[in-house]
Design a protein around this ligand. Structure first.
Ligand code: ADP
Ligand code: MG
Length: 409
């Protein structure tokens, strides 16, 4: 058996040293950065494809973070370099950042400055470099980690004061979501950015994505002390190619909107679990309706599972959440149809080796899966997943440990 590939997180000192060095290499002639900021990737425990349905999600921040060294400029230019895109130095005038026009990885960065400006904050151009140990495109939200690290950096250099409290952080979330949706052009919900900015170490973040809620109403930090419960959250980056992801994501969103229209509700959140059967009947029995019925069933049951998961964790019964994770996976696989062979394989192998629960996490079609594992079983579960991939002739997956970690700072 090939030995498992562990994707370790960096210490804060290591991350800062990396971006300081990179900054000197990229822009050193003009002096040092104003400072170093970082933000975590996230992994969602449960509540998938629910954020854009005004539902519930329950992410935790990863110990894996994106580091940014940034220095503001007075001439309105944005100049960027990333260790993850060594051949793609990026430069533009901040005034020229525009939806539909700005492209490339720098859109995630410059988009945040654009969105903060659009919200009425004074933000100037800047030089910035990026380095990250958040796996790229693995469903662990390297994009939000990048946006949120930039958001807290700009907040600091312009003394906006938003990162200082949770309500201000909720405003930064909005700016990062706008950057991703409107400038980078990725139609994501708001979970990733909220997780990166508003999570807290040792806690999961119960997000309520109904529009119009106050910051206080929209997020609750639920103590989730895995170590005390003798548990480990294992993340498996399947490294599966996810082709067609964007189109599929947009289709799922459109199906949910269509179903909500037919059902006469603003969002699927309004359908309570005990109203589900009536709602499904109302969608009709045609073949097209059958697809909508399955999409709706996923969303409504997933929101209920997320509430139940949070209740168990609040009650100190984290060891009992496994069946909810397994049911979530089955629902995403069969009703929402966003799983992938590799994700199913992780879940099957992990459960076979004694995981308490396992599921795909993130948008799907590849990306990552999680398993909740008793600490003593981590090696066995890891080996089982590794063996399953070997035997299926698949490229080796990456393994991460995910103790709930700190937010952007
Ligand atoms: P995920 O968020 O699941 O990792 P996405 O497709 O949403 O995947 O975001 C990945 C994109 O974000 C990359 O293609 C790149 O454009 C940008 N990105 C994220 N992190 C970095 C980084 N450290 N350097 C440069 N670009 C990055
Ligand atoms: Mg992303």
């Amino acid at each position: 058996m090939t030995s498992p590939q562990w994707l370790d997180s960096w210490s804060a000192d290591d991350g800062a040293a990396r971006v300081r060095t990179l900054f000197t290499e990229a822009f050193g002639d003009d002096g040092a950065p104003d400072g170093v900021w970082s933000a975590p990737g996230r992994v969602n425990l449960i509540g998938e494809h629910t954020d854009y349905n005004a539902g519930l999600a329950l992410p935790v921040a990863l110990p894996h973070r994106t580091y940014v060294a940034l220095r503001s400029r007075t001439d309105g230019l944005v100049r960027l370099a990333s260790a993850q895109a060594p051949d793609e130095r990026w430069e533009t005038a901040l005034d020229e950042v525009t939806p539909g026009v700005t492209h490339g990885w720098g859109a995630y960065v410059a988009g945040v400055a654009w969105a903060l400006r659009a919200a009425g904050h004074e933000v100037s151009g800047f030089d910035a470099v990026v380095d990250s140990c958040v796996p790229f495109g693995a469903g662990l939200s390297s994009s939000a980690a990048l946006e949120c690290a930039v958001a807290v950096a700009l907040d600091a250099v312009h003394s906006l004061g938003l990162a200082a409290d949770d309500a201000g952080r909720a405003e930064l979330v909005t700016a990062c979501v706008r950057a991703e949706n409107e400038i980078a052009g990725a139609p994501t919900g708001g979970m990733d950015q909220a997780a990166s900015l508003r999570c807290s170490a040792g806690h999961a973040l119960l997000l309520d994505c109904r529009p119009g809620l106050t910051a206080l109403e929209s997020a609750e930090r639920v103590p989730f002390d895995l170590a005390a419960a003798g548990l480990t959250l294992l993340v498996v980056d399947t490294r599966a190619e996810h082709a067609l992801v964007d189109g599929q994501y947009a289709q799922r969103r459109a199906a949910c909107e269509q179903a909500a229209d037919i059902l006469g509700v603003a969002s699927l959140r309004e359908i309570a679990p005990d109203e589900l059967d009536v709602a499904l009947d109302k969608l009709g029995g045609t073949e097209d309706a059958e697809v909508l019925r399955r999409r709706v069933r996923h969303v409504v049951t997933e929101i209920a599972r997320t509430a139940e998961f949070a209740n168990l964790v609040r009650a100190g019964r984290a060891t009992e959440v496994g069946p909810l994770m397994n049911a979530s996976h089955a629902s995403l696989r069969d009703d929402y149809e966003v799983s992938a062979h590799e994700l199913d394989l992780v879940v099957e192998a992990a459960l076979g080796a004694g995981a308490l629960g396992a599921r795909m996490t993130g948008g799907g079609f590849g990306g990552s899966a999680i398993a909740l594992v008793r600490a003593a079983d981590v090696d066995g579960v890891t080996a089982a997943v590794q063996t399953a991939f070997d035997e299926a002739g698949l490229a080796a997956p990456g393994f991460l440990l995910a103790p709930p970690s700190d937010p952007a700072r």
